[in-house]
Design a protein around this ligand. Structure first.
Ligand code: ACO
Length: 461
């Protein structure tokens, strides 16, 4: 029998904290959460007020620069920098190397990672300096801002193009049509942040990032809503981006910081964050919620489903949160949005059945509301402080807008890219003032076999 190790004496004072439930690994000025009271603030501003009074572009300024834009010109410039424009040709080709039905998060993660090759000037590993220094390529606040906005714009442009590519589905002739439909930028031309968006041939500039994103994503969709319906959906989209913009050290932002500490370039760090977001316990939950609601199918099946959750045969997706011990403040806002959007939903959601005519008629919203009602009055959920999180109703809203479920986490990634890059920038700013950067490197408690002798294995003949 193999004798297992006792923990070494020098590990006795270590904190064993799987899941980092009570370990802080950085100090940050970006986002504050009080999980007991259900409070979320970006740089001191409550999420409820931000969702009501400002747009996503304003929130990008708040997260990245520390303050809301002070003038309309500053806001316009930011919006122009973020507008999802044309893809560089090499990126469009990379996108088209994927089957249209590949999971959109796989495609996004892969394309974002390959942006490193498109912007070699921003790759610390290629820079001269001590150990490919981050300080050489991301050395000033202005430089980091340019990099961060370019990265956010790239994520949005890729996300919009992925949806258009996906619409082509299997037939190769259709795929070719979409290839030409994706606007292509001159090779290797980095967008200028001040002038970004000006070269897109779009003479109808949108007033919010949400509207700009929907226009880009639906550019070749003959059924795309117009007029007042478009405005309602675009406003809702912009608000959803505000709600998803940051959430302190969640799994994907922790991944972003983790990789940044190793000295990797910004796009590699972003790809890792997207990978972490993909998981169903994190950003993939919105996709999982919608599948769950569709599986339940009818309000009459809610009780049986909840009982199976209580027997711990499955989880109630979109419920529970590591930090919130009360209702997620974002979920309250998304629940209201669901009602507004369902009144303007697209009549033929992609991959879905034709929708009913009033919000109350939507079977998935009915199932969601019945699930919430049931769980909020059940001891199993009450005792464990399990409430709906931001993903519980967001899938219902995205579906009503006509997005396919696999695409929901991509929408999350577009919004969250602001938070990822704000944390990246904050970390590098600290780095400027520190003598040395600390690589993130947790320790482990070794519990494997004690030292033993390698046996001489019989020779093979
Ligand atoms: N359904 C049923 N039971 C649950 C759920 C759930 N959604 N979430 C937690 N529990 C139970 C656990 O089984 C555990 O029960 P036990 O004490 O009897 O063993 C107890 O509640 C505590 O749960 P933990 O897993 O320890 O909580 P943790 O903080 O580690 O997990 C998480 C948080 C991952 C969000 C979890 O609640 C979950 O899996 N939720 C469903 C997935 C989801 O919606 N994720 C999105 C999160 S928000 C976001 O990332 C944007």
């Amino acid at each position: 029998a193999v004798k297992e190790a006792e923990p070494d004496a020098d590990t006795e004072l270590w904190l064993y904290d799987p899941g980092y439930t009570s370990t802080a690994c950085c100090r940050s000025r970006i986002t504050y959460i009080d999980g007991e009271r259900g409070v979320l603030e970006y740089r001191g501003y409550p999420i409820e007020q931000l969702a009501e009074r400002v747009s996503y572009a304003d929130v990008v300024s708040l997260l990245l620069d520390g303050e809301l834009p002070e003038t309309p010109t500053a806001r316009r410039q930011l919006l122009a920098a973020l507008r999802p424009g044309a893809l560089p040709e090499s990126m469009a080709q990379r996108l088209h190397s994927f089957a249209p039905d590949a999971h959109p998060m796989t495609v996004l993660m892969s394309c974002v990672a390959s942006l490193t090759a498109l912007y070699p000037q921003w790759n610390p590993s290629l820079a001269e300096g001590d150990g490919g220094s981050l300080r050489v390529v991301y050395g000033s606040a202005a430089q980091r801002r340019t990099v961060a906005l370019t990265a956010m714009q790239s994520v949005a442009a890729l996300a919009a193009a992925i949806l258009r590519h996906r619409r082509a589905r299997a037939p190769s002739a259709a795929a070719a049509v979409v290839l030409t439909a994706i606007p292509v930028r001159e090779p290797n031309r980095a967008p200028s942040v001040a002038a970004a968006g000006a070269d897109d041939g779009d003479d109808e500039p949108e007033t919010t990032f949400g509207a700009a994103f929907l226009r880009a994503a639906w550019a070749d969709d003959p059924d795309a809503p117009t007029g007042a319906a478009f405005t309602t959906l675009a406003d809702a989209m912009d608000t959803l981006f505000v709600l998803h913009a940051d959430h302190e050290l969640n799994c994907s932002t922790a991944a972003m910081r983790h990789l940044t500490s190793s000295g990797a370039d910004v796009f590699t760090c972003l790809a890792a964050a997207i990978g972490a977001l993909y998981g169903p316990l994190h950003g993939g939950a919105n996709e999982a919620v919608l599948k769950m609601l569709a599986d339940i199918g009818d309000v009459g099946n809610v009780d049986a489903y909840v009982e199976s959750v209580k027997r711990q045969e499955r989880k109630l997706m979109g419920f529970g949160h590591r930090v919130y011990r009360s209702y997620d403040p974002r979920a309250k806002i998304v629940r209201q949005l669901a009602h507004q959007v369902l009144a303007h939903r697209r009549t033929r959601p992609e991959g879905g059945s034709s929708a009913a005519s009033t919000p109350g008629d939507d079977p998935l919203l009915q199932v969601a509301q019945a699930l919430e009602e049931r769980a909020l009055h059940d001891d199993y959920f009450v005792q464990r402080h399990l409430y709906p999180n931001v993903d519980f109703y967001s899938g219902v809203v995205y579906r009503a807008m006509g997005f396919p479920p696999e695409y929901f986490p991509v929408l999350f990634a577009v919004g969250r890219s602001a938070g990822w890059l704000a944390h990246w920038s904050e970390m590098l700013e600290e780095d400027e003032h520190a003598a040395t950067r600390k690589i993130v490197r947790p320790r482990q408690i070794y519990i494997g076999p004690r030292r033993r002798t390698v046996p001489r294995l019989p020779a093979s003949n």
